[in-house]
Design a protein around this ligand. Sequence first.
Ligand code: S3P
Length: 437
Amino acid sequence: MKYIVQGGSDKSGLKGSIRVPGDKSISHRSIMFGSLAEGTSIISGFLEGEDSLNTLRAFQAMGVNIDGPVDGKVTIEGVGMHGLTAPAGPLYVGNSGTSMRLLAGLLAGQRFDVELSGDTSLSKRPMKRVTDPLAEMGARVDTAEGGKPPLKITGNQSLNSISYQMPMASAQVKSCCLLAGMYAQGKTCVTEPAVTRDHTERMLKAFGCDVEVQDSQACITGPAKLIATDIDVPADISSAAFFMVGASIAEDSDILLQHVGINPTRTGVIDILKLMAADITFSNQQEIGGEPVADIRVKSSSLKGVHIPEELVPLAIDEFPVIFVAAACADGQTIVSGAEELRVKESDRIQVMADGLVALGVDARATDDGMIIQGGSIGAGTVYSHDDHRIAMAFAMAGLRASGEIHIEDCDNVNTSFPGFAELAASCGLSIKVLND
Ligand code: S3P
């Protein structure tokens, strides 16, 4: 599938009041914890995208009765910590790094063997970052050459607790260790080098599990037990980010994004856009199921280039593709550094974005750990998303400022995180056509 977005002189701004789909990180975790809990959990606002559906299917394959999703509602009959059963074959998790890395921790503590596999993109991504701490805990997880998927997990190992100093700022690695820690004897602690998203810690608490968090350390004491609870999944700030940037860069925009999760470990994109002089305001702030949410209003503004503070990088890690587009439209230079993790996402997001921006006539230079962009104008041309959902959607928003048509190739994977993106963006004023090939 490809997108054609129409730039040119008759471009309009983004307008409307919309709710983007449910948070991907929270949707994955709601299935995992609901499945292991005792009792029935009802999830609302669940993301019906391929990534979270792959997690849902994995638990169905391990014998959990899961009904839905129907209009974002999922009913899970929890089987308890030891109620999962061996699946008939390998668990295929598609494009989803979160499914593979969190499941690796969870499945390391089961009494059966299981294999986790993924698509071409996931099969190139590093898994040693989870198999190393799991090996320290006494788990048996074999990888393909170079620490890549598939993962072959041998069950029936007795896990010991560890105190792990994480070498990179990764919520997936932290969560993997904590989930394995639920099956270990004693207290497992993970210390992170920078703040990362804390949905695992928050949701485990909502499921009645005692997670201790102090400064940069999270600890869990095993064996743990989860009690069913209902979860209201807020709209995904990572999906809302495309509209925040779109509304900021397009003249005559005024958009309201409803019920967006504003967990402080996820709001780096808002802090960064505000540093760039974006006009973003919150209303209707409330806390739902341990997660803060708000309606977010964004109006057009004249962005300016900034050197993005490195401590904001992990708090905006998934939003850089579209932040690079904002930088291309800003006045002056934007420097991103300390963001080498972007090279091991669904694609090498530093190289792929730099190549695409250059193809559109932007002065963008990839560095080892980020990018240097001179803001100016965006031209017309063809860009390749390399099957990366967030690259495709970022370049779609670039159309709001392009001098002509942008053709975006390989957009099928937008469905992993944002089903209905093109239709929703079109309803707000983006001139976007979808071509099926
Ligand atoms: C996620 C954590 C982040 C993020 C990913 C989802 C999660 O990955 O990029 O999209 O749900 O825990 P890392 O923790 O590897 O940075």
